[in-house]
Design a protein around this ligand. Structure first.
Ligand SMILES: [Zn+2]
Length: 92
């Protein structure tokens, strides 16, 4: 009871990045999208179309944002809806 300060881990921004990335990867795995590491981040089966390859590229930008790119041009909000994620989940 001697302190009302909450000790924060020193990871700072990196901790937030890891949270958003791991949340996305968890959702992809839970929806059978089998994420795998690739050059720019991860590749996974797209949950928004019938995908028998790894059409969904999950980019992790230098600033720590998660970005989806589907080779079939599925819209991000459709992908997010299938994964039961909110747009904000990519940033926090
Ligand atoms: Zn797609």
């Amino acid at each position: 009871m001697g302190s009302d300060r909450v000790e924060m881990p020193s990871t700072g921004t990196l901790g937030a990045v890891a949270a958003s990335v791991s949340r996305v990867l968890d959702s992809l795995s839970a929806h059978d999208c089998t994420p795998e590491t690739c050059d720019t981040g991860y590749a996974a089966r797209c949950p928004a179309h019938a995908d028998d390859g790894l059409s969904l590229i999950v980019d992790i930008t230098a600033s720590g944002l998660v970005r989806f790119r589907c080779r079939q041009r599925c819209r991000v909000h459709v992908i997010l809806a299938r994964l039961r994620l909110e747009f904000e989940d990519l940033f926090r």
